[in-house]
Design a protein. Sequence first.
Length: 381
Amino acid sequence: MTTTIGVVRETAPGERRVALTPDGTGRLTTSGFQVLVEKGAGQGAWFDDDEYAAAGATVCTRDDVFADSDALLCIDAPPEPGALHTGQLLIGLLSPLTEPDLIRSLATAGVTAVSLDLLPRTLGRAQAMDALTSQANVAGYKAVLLAAAAYAGYFPMLMTAAGTTRPAQVLVLGAGVAGLQAIATARRLGALVTGYDVREAARSDLASTGATVLDLPGPAGTGTGGYARELTGSEAQAQQQALDAAVARFDVVVTTAQVPGRRPPELVSPDGLAAMRPGSVVVDLAAGPRGGNVAGSVPDATIVTARGVTVIGAGNLPATVPHAASTAYSRNVCALLACLAPGGVRTVDLSDEVQAAVVVTHGGRIIHPLVPGVLDEEVTP
């Protein structure tokens, strides 16, 4: 039986991406899927309804997409999970480690929830499906453009008749995908770039970009799955003191450190901010409801401290580059669908390592091994 794919318009504030592009629609229809797209779903990313129709999709109402699709594609979970029906797949960045109520409601409704943010980055065959990586790449790029726009000077060294202007000194904290892209972008703009990461293996990645590696005393923070581990209290305190002394030397700081399912570590403290020069800029890519890497950062807001340091809380930068970010995400989803529904026929096979990694709920139960413990932790007084 051919699987019908549904795509709805994202409704989160400021979200302009769409889960499937017209190009992705063409790939799916060619592969045997039917595609339903909510009217106006792609407008925020500059994809119009005619493009979807030309690619083989049926453009219809939101209610029709919910009712008639076998698998619903999204970025964030739709705000009306009650509109989903038993046996339907929901595929998106569902944040199952931090959204216990959503996961419970999907399990109760009999929805098979598939969350791309659980995909192991170390799984070679899943690299084309890795939405966290594709979106982090966009975020790292845009973070540096925001910093350059907010910085009161030039990023490159400029030699003019009026004299020579020194290049900006940029520090990037975190050598994941976002951090490495931020480093590359800042270097293209001509800044002198330094990088830092608590993971020992990541320091060689930093060096390979041409950036200077900031060497601070302290513990290694290598965790599992390619992520940094959460530091202990004493480790975090030692790291904080060293970073407070270091950040004062830089004009721009970009922070990218996150721990899946946990509050982001605070890397730039009040003391660190107070030590920075007036006119300096800090961009916090981890800013969100659970906190951020920078003391006092506010998600989706820019503040200026009493010292004159601009702090940009930039937790959802991919949404500000919607065309490119949607194109990358759509390719990730199409690659995943080739695994979940080969030949257009849906097959939930938990013996497959990719499906076992991303399927959170199925058959009315929460089945992912990482999620139940987190849910218990979230709801236990």
